[in-house]
Ligand binder design. Structure first.
Ligand SMILES: Cc1cc2nc3c(=O)[nH]c(=O)nc-3n(C[C@H](O)[C@H](O)[C@H](O)COP(=O)(O)O)c2cc1C
Length: 167
């Protein structure tokens, strides 16, 4: 059963959660949604709001859904769903039904879709969007290393409106 927790009592180590466990970023409606694995992003405080950040390259099908909807979710899973998180990071929703292939159950009772199998869910309302710009890198090696195809991420900052924990 999911329960709501307030941000102040949300226990997490973002460095592990984001870069080691990874998460699924999901947006859309019951009729049309998509999800993908993300390994970059973060949490923090901006504009005196609790903010979560996700970054999405232009080639991802998920981007269309994040762009077209006001909310997105970030779902974190336990080890039982490691294979699903890996699958959603190398397959596109343009080609496969990720929910069916990974036994993921989408839930639509919040502002953004999320998955019944998740351990933690962060629902975010987009408040700021921008693209990574090559001329803004102070360390040019990052541009060379991560953007040989010039497919710069779009950065989505979302206000955290709900955190759900599945005990
Ligand atoms: C561990 C891991 C982390 C990833 N992190 C990101 C990310 O933060 N941003 C991004 O745009 N793509 C990321 N990807 C790649 C997308 O998940 C992948 O291209 C996916 O197939 C896109 O699916 P879609 O076309 O259905 O949106 C990651 C992939 C993996 C395996």
């Amino acid at each position: 059963m999911f329960r709501n927790v307030d941000v102040g009592s949300y226990e997490c180590n973002p460095f592990n959660e984001i870069s080691k466990t990874h998460f699924l970023v999901t947006a859309g409606t019951k009729d049309a949604f998509n999800t993908m694995t993300a390994g970059w992003g973060g949490y923090g405080v901006m504009w005196y709001k609790n903010i979560a950040v996700s970054v999405i390259r232009p080639t991802r099908y998920t981007k269309k859904f994040v762009d077209e909807n006001e909310y997105f979710s970030m779902c974190f899973f336990g080890d039982d769903k490691k294979a699903a998180v890996a699958y959603c990071g190398v397959n596109s929703g343009r080609d496969v039904d990720k929910c069916k292939e990974c036994n993921l159950t989408p839930v639509f009772d919040k502002a953004a879709p999320y998955f019944a199998e998740a351990k933690k869910v962060i629902i975010c309302k987009k408040v700021y969007v921008d693209e990574i710009k090559p001329e803004k890198f102070l360390d040019a090696s990052l541009d060379d290393k991560w953007y040989p195809l010039k497919d710069y991420h779009t950065v989505y900052a979302g206000e955290i409106v709900e955190i759900l924990v599945n005990d």
